[in-house]
Design a protein around this ligand. Structure first.
Ligand code: SF4
Length: 352
């Protein structure tokens, strides 16, 4: 079935062109952008200060809403997990994570994923399709409305960060991710600072090169999966086609271009990526580079035999990197009681 494009997939410049082409005064664009992004309107009827003819014309060419909430789960640690159904029936996940004084929205960029990372539930069904820019943005608007309606204790209801770290490889869908970033940072869109946005990638070479060329200024987190190309390919077969040295070179170029340190995300899997030898080789790879490390103990999956190391193993790995002068942090993911691993909620639904 064919769908109309989402109006929120248009960047502000194109939206304003649309209003001008219709012969409408420019303040109509300001009103429309306010409804779409500041208010997060979900019906045409709400846009009461716009002429009915303008709304009818837009509705004949564009869809306003691309997501339908199927499930919302709240963890005992405050993590909120959402499952949304798209217009074609596919489903994606988004997560609100309390981070002290602010919250972080973790959003999806694809239905499924083609990267086949062993530690990830999303990889199990392969790639179904890319999300439209409007579908990516609407996740942020829905999660923002949720914290406004029900603030996360001690986190306030306004300040939020966005990480492109949900289902899918964002740099495998750069054509839609790029306009979503434009809208997020444009004053007539969500007016977010680039400091509050992170792209988290498994590091496919072509996608990394597009990111470096575009230089949107947002943060970069690169998941490596191994300290040698062979180890990386064993854990992340598709991104592993790009060598570690090329992926790191691109990450360093991006970090220098944005004057912002990049992050290497390292998923710790017991008996695999927690090997002290890997920590030593990783330290050698990163020494002197503008890159810090986030260690992420594996989130147990429903259908795989991969577990995180114990606390002693985590700290031992960290110590090796720290001793080598590499800034290293441990990040535990919240919401373990609500299927927190990326893609798990969707997968459980698909099975029922
Ligand atoms: S970890 Fe990310 S890139 Fe890898 S399969 Fe999962 S969603 Fe795709």
């Amino acid at each position: 079935m064919e769908y109309k494009p989402l109006l929120r997939s248009l960047v502000p410049g194109d939206l304003s062109g649309l209003v001008a082409t219709a012969g409408l005064p420019s303040y109509r664009f300001d009103q429309l952008a306010d409804w779409l992004f500041a208010q997060g309107a979900l019906t045409w009827e709400t846009m009461t200060n716009l002429p009915v003819a303008m709304r009818l014309d837009l509705a004949s060419r564009f869809d306003l809403v691309g997501l339908d909430l199927v499930e919302r789960q709240v963890s005992s640690d405050g993590t909120r997990k959402f499952l949304f159904r798209l217009r074609d029936g596919a489903t994606v996940e988004s997560v609100t994570i309390p981070m002290g004084e602010h919250v972080t929205f973790c959003i999806s960029t694809q239905v499924g994923c083609a990267m086949a990372c062993r530690f990830c539930a999303t990889s199990r069904g392969g790639l179904v399709r890319n999300l439209e820019a409007g579908e990516i943005l609407e996740q942020v608007l829905r999660l923002r409305a949720d914290i406004q309606a029900e603030p996360v204790p001690e986190s306030g209801d306004r300040q939020f960060n966005v990480v492109y770290m949900g289902m899918g490889e964002p740099l495998d869908n750069w054509e839609e991710v790029a306009p979503s970033l434009v809208v997020m940072m444009d004053g007539r869109g969500l007016a977010m600072s680039s400091r509050r946005i992170q792209i988290s990638t498994s590091g496919p070479g072509e996608g990394l090169r597009k990111l470096v060329a575009a230089n949107p200024g947002v943060g970069l987190t690169l998941s490596l999966g191994g300290s040698t190309d062979e180890e990386r390919r064993a854990v992340m077969p598709v991104p592993g086609r790009t060598s570690i040295s090329e992926a790191l070179d691109l990450a360093v170029r991006y970090a220098r271009g944005t004057r912002r340190r990049a992050t290497v995300a390292w998923v710790l899997i017991a008996g695999s990526t927690d090997d002290p030898g890997q920590a030593e080789r990783l330290a050698t790879l990163l020494r002197g580079k503008p890159i810090k490390v986030n260690l992420i103990p594996m989130n147990p999956l429903d259908d795989a035999n991969l577990l995180p190391p114990d606390e002693k193993g985590i700290q031992a790995f960290r110590q090796i990197l720290t001793d080598a002068g590499v800034d290293t942090f441990v990040r535990t993911s919240g919401g373990r009681d609500i299927a927190a691993a990326c893609g798990q909620l969707r997968r459980r639904r698909l099975k029922t």
